[in-house]
Design a protein around this ligand. Structure first.
Ligand SMILES: *[C@@H]1O[C@H](CO)[C@@H](O)[C@H](O)[C@H]1NC(C)=O
Ligand SMILES: *[C@@H]1O[C@H](CO)[C@@H](O)[C@H](O)[C@H]1NC(C)=O
Ligand SMILES: *[C@@H]1O[C@H](CO)[C@@H](O)[C@H](O)[C@H]1NC(C)=O
Length: 236
């Protein structure tokens, strides 16, 4: 959990120092996993399924779609309980490997301009492709436990070879590494989850609780798990 926090703090610093105006990004596919523990982010991939990191597993979590600001309601908020949570069969807490789970929602989400599913990767992404890192953030005047902004930043995907030269990339079988455009220069006490990597409007990576340090971010390569995701979420 320490790693997640570091990643979060550093990326929070990035957003804070490099965006003087915090504007809400669209990102209607982001799901906030609300619990009494660390905030986590998932992605709505079908009307009744959310893909998330397995380290976010908690029995009492709620999935918030649409607006998740607590103080301002705009009628787009949808809070849905999971009916089933399926962690990837080979996931263990001791490794950053296979850090994926599928959350089946007790009822289907209603799509709107604020709630839309995101397509899954259909191939591996070419190194150098500039992708969007999309996640949640705290606005300047939010001192609460829960984030209230969607944020995105751009970053290029690294080659597997380059990824393998980094310590955590080497120890992670199915990693997707991205290079943050600017090195984080300071730590700010505000944190965020840069939860997802989206390339050409497809979900390519999802956060692992493992910070690489410096200017590299490591994610689970979603494309490597497509068979499992499709099989698990297909309507029976
Ligand atoms: C399952 O996970 C462990 C630990 O990460 C790894 O050593 C092993 O190779 C994995 N097995 C398969 C079949 O992927
Ligand atoms: C979707 O809309 C229907 C009809 O308005 C409503 O009954 C249902 O509760 C909504 N679902 C969610 C997840 O909010
Ligand atoms: C697909 O999922 C079912 C359970 O939903 C499981 O029994 C089966 O082994 C899975 N097949 C593959 C290829 O993963």
């Amino acid at each position: 959990m320490k790693f997640i926090f570091c990643l979060s703090v550093l990326v929070g610093a990035f957003f804070f120092t490099h965006s003087s105006v915090q504007k809400e990004d669209h990102a209607p596919y982001l799901a906030y996993l609300k619990s009494h523990f660390n905030p986590c982010v998932g992605v709505l991939i079908k009307k009744n399924w959310v893909l998330a990191p397995a380290h976010c597993y908690l029995t009492n979590l709620k999935v918030l779609l649409g607006n998740f600001r607590i103080r301002v309601k705009d009628g787009t908020e949808q809070t849905i309980s999971p009916i089933n949570i399926i962690r990837y069969w080979n996931f263990t807490d001791s490794y950053p490997q296979d850090d994926l789970m599928l959350i089946k929602l007790a009822k289907s989400a209603n799509f709107s301009h604020k709630v839309q599913p995101l397509a899954l990767a259909t191939s591996n992404v070419r190194p150098g492709t500039v992708c969007l890192l999309s996640g949640l953030d705290w606005s300047h005047d939010n001192n609460g436990r829960h984030p209230d902004l969607r944020q995105t930043l751009e970053a290029p995907v690294m080659s597997d070879k380059e990824c393998q030269t980094t310590e955590q990339g080497r120890s992670h079988r199915n990693a997707l590494c991205v290079k943050f455009v600017k090195v984080f220069s300071r730590i700010f006490g505000e944190y965020v989850a840069v939860a997802t990597v989206i390339c050409k409007n497809k979900l390519q990576g999802i956060e692992v609780g493992h910070f690489m340090g410096g200017d590299v971010g490591i994610y689970t390569n979603v494309y490597k798990y497509i068979t499992w995701i499709e099989n698990t979420t297909k309507d029976k």
